[in-house]
Design a protein around this ligand. Structure first.
Ligand code: ADP
Ligand code: MG
Length: 499
């Protein structure tokens, strides 16, 4: 039988790290095929190859029985493949129709004016994806924007429609309606690839399931009806590893706590919905969860970058909710943000300046407005040596550092002796194995010196390797809290909302 889409032995490395290692995938016409896996498993990368955006390092791509080498997304579209990415690619200032025209103009060339609008309106009705062609995208909800993305992908002629975690940004009702549309498209003969990490959703709406873990396909083309959710969870997160040697934590008093914390996203939607937990001195508290469940808003609220809508944040005995970042810093808060180049470092400043950046008010480098460059250089040199930041002279611009070395520079600056709480968000994302191990060791050392560490990570392996206690966040709430020995499958369940 001819598959709609087949990927065989596909490999892809980024900066020498294997994101895909001989991954396999095959989906038929007329089915909703779920591609399931934890964050970082390689799902998006595999499908980004299928839609012609990335070239694979090796392996075969077969579309409707024909082996192909795609020259780009336009080539993929011509063969009927379209992908709706997690991050939408719409122009907010344009209307719905203008956005659709941006991608579909060529396909509708030579047709009478109004043909595109007519096609859009008809398809929207047929696929049950209601949109207003003249509405400005900036004013649309996330769900409406997603509909525009799907419609324009379909108008481009997609018969193999890849949806990358489409429900991650939707409410339950919106998700339900979208998945019905996906089923409807499959019933009309299309092949819908549904990337997801939600077991219930996959079980309820997919015909077949392929599971990926760490760049490999661990189960291929299973029948969704025959699956049981716990077995699927085990496939997705892997079997429990032998526990690493655990240090005996010399845990002190509660150094940091949040109580019934509520934080809204920048666009006003609730992101943290009544979260409570505490972190003790000398403890690494791992907050596990699938990305987009309120982690970023939590980290930003704790660091004084987003307003607290309700609830309390206590650090070293004081209420600190709503305090400005500089005051939080004086109270002992240090941060390793998820986006190190944008949030932690000033890319165009040099290593010495970046090292001094957050300490200018401390007087260590002389008066704040008259800081001594010589002192900055000297201290940065020492820090660079102590934290083994490679390829970095004090005068090197931060943007030239590799990911691992940039992160070591951030650690060197943040893990100072006045650090009472360190908030580390995805501290090893994108780093190679060696740099990962270095960062982990630094965090352990800080913990052993009595610092409270809040480790927020989407990488469950990282959490299991480091945490003394684990909380799980889902939809902005704590859905589980675990003490060692950790049961990986239970944590995995709490992460996908089965607690
Ligand atoms: P998933 O979609 O399953 O969450 P991804 O395909 O996004 O996983 O990522 C797989 C791995 O590849 C991860 O380790 C990720 O960090 C890495 N990766 C993905 N895209 C890039 C990129 N453009 N540059 C470097 N690393 C990447
Ligand atoms: Mg992804």
């Amino acid at each position: 039988m001819t598959h709609a889409l087949e990927l065989a032995a596909v490999s892809k490395a980024f900066d020498g790290r294997m994101a895909l290692d001989c991954a396999e995938f095959a989906a038929r016409w007329g089915e909703v095929h779920a591609l399931l896996g934890e964050n970082g498993a390689g799902k998006s990368t595999l499908m980004t190859i299928a839609c012609g955006l990335y070239a694979p390092d090796g392996g075969d791509l077969v579309i409707d029985g024909q082996q192909c080498t795609l020259r780009g997304p336009a080539d993929a579209a011509a063969r009927g493949i379209g992908m709706v990415h997690q991050h939408f690619k719409l122009v907010p200032a344009f209307t719905v129709l203008e956005n659709v025209r941006l991608t579909c103009a060529r396909r509708f060339r030579g047709q009478p004016a109004g043909a595109l609008r007519k096609a859009l309106v008809e398809l929207a009705a047929k696929a049950d994806l209601p949109v207003h062609p003249s509405a400005r995208v900036a004013e649309l909800s996330i769900a409406e924007r997603q509909r525009v993305e799907i419609l324009r992908t379909l108008l481009l002629g997609a018969r193999i429609l890849i949806l990358d975690e489409p429900t991650a940004v939707l409410t339950d009702q919106e998700a339900e309606s979208l998945l019905r549309t996906a089923r409807g498209l499959a019933a009309q003969g299309a092949c819908v690839v549904l990337i997801s990490h939600k077991l219930n959703e996959v079980k309820a709406h997919a015909d077949r399931v392929t599971v990926m873990r760490a760049g490999r396909t661990v189960a291929r083309d299973l029948d969704a009806r025959s699956l049981d959710v716990p077995a699927l969870a085990r496939l997705m997160v892997g079997e429990a590893l032998p526990p690493p040697p655990r240090h005996v934590a010399h845990v002190g008093a509660v150094a940091f706590s949040v109580a019934d914390l509520r934080v809204a996203r920048a666009d006003g939607a609730p992101a943290v919905n009544g979260l409570s937990f505490d972190v003790r001195a000398g403890e690494i508290y791992g907050l596990a969860g699938v990305g987009g469940n309120g982690q970023t808003e939590l980290a930003e609220a704790v660091c004084g970058l987003l307003p607290v809508a309700a609830g309390r944040i206590r650090l070293a005995g004081s209420d600190v909710a709503g305090r400005a970042p500089a005051r939080l810093r004086r109270a002992g808060l240090r941060a390793i943000p998820a986006d190190r180049y944008r949030r932690a470092l000033a890319a165009d400043l040099d290593v010495a300046e970046n090292y001094a950046l957050t300490g200018l008010g401390s007087g260590r480098f002389g008066p704040a407005l008259w800081a001594s460059h010589r002192a900055m250089t000297r201290m940065a040199e020492q820090a660079v040596a102590a934290f083994d930041v490679r390829g970095a002279a004090p005068s090197t611009p931060a943007r030239l550092l590799s990911g691992g070395n940039a992160q070591k520079l951030v650690l060197a600056r943040e893990l100072d002796s006045d650090c009472a709480l360190i908030v580390a968000h995805s501290p090893t994302r994108g780093l190679d194995v060696r740099a990962c191990a270095d960062v982990h060791e630094r965090l352990r050392q800080a913990r052993d010196r009595g610092t409270a560490v809040l480790l927020i990570s989407e990488d469950l392996d990282e959490i299991l390797a480091l945490a003394d206690r684990i909380g799980v966040i889902s939809r902005g709430r704590l859905t589980g809290e675990f003490a060692p020995p950790f049961a990986r499958a239970d944590i995995g369940h709490a992460m996908v909302g089965h607690a």
